[in-house]
Design a protein around this ligand. Sequence first.
Ligand code: KIV
Length: 272
Amino acid sequence: MYKDASTRKPITVTTLAKMKRDGEKFAVLTAYDASFAALLETAGVEVILVGDSLGMVIQGQRTTVPVTLEDMIYHTRLVARGCQTALVMADMPFASYPTVEQAVYSAARLMQEGGAQMVKLEGGGWLADTVRQLSRNGIPVCAHLGLLPQSIHKLGGYKVQGREEAAARQMIDEALALQDAGADVALVECIPAELAARLTEALAIPLIGIGAGPHCDAQVLVSYDMLGITQGHRPRFSKNFLTGCDSLQTAVETYVRTVKTGEFPSPEHCIA
Ligand code: KIV
């Protein structure tokens, strides 16, 4: 069903934009090292996110807040070495983009020293100037909206975002402002499926969802959650794809296939 990894073309922002236009869904997973990145790419994952979730799943921290730019550069470099064709997206960690200038500096390091091909940053309309300047500097950007794990101490917990109509409307307006500023991709975390459907419709750029229902253009999960490695709490919207599979490869292939067909996420993995 999928092209052999050696014959695949590299995934670029143009590929993702075309997939959105053609109504073809794509699969995203996190990786933090070369071996995992190669495995995900071989299984057909189009975008590999070096997430600051590494703070929890690799470093054993309670939140993503302690993750540093040096940590992100190190893990991005490992992932980039394992990839031939997947697009490598790296998280800008907590407090690495307080000003436009610092954002360009941090993103440039992730690209030059880490090998990232896109950076992701968490926030709303207040980041429009930052996104514009990154874009002008040739840096592809993913705008992360909805639940913002880096702001967990301000939010007071991991809560569903955009439930009220006013908050939903504001999220759509802010996503559009970030798109206008030059964002290439948007990502929403932990929002009602109905709001994600409205965002997918409103945005010309691809929308990646996590805990955001089946209507997004793409899905992302933390690989350690979807392979059952994470100990303790696993988010309700995640799923253990290793259950019933005989290898990691088959589990990831199942994830890719069910994202593309729209079977994942099913209603039990959605927020109403
Ligand atoms: O850090 C991460 O893994 C993420 C995903 C949860 C989207 O940002």
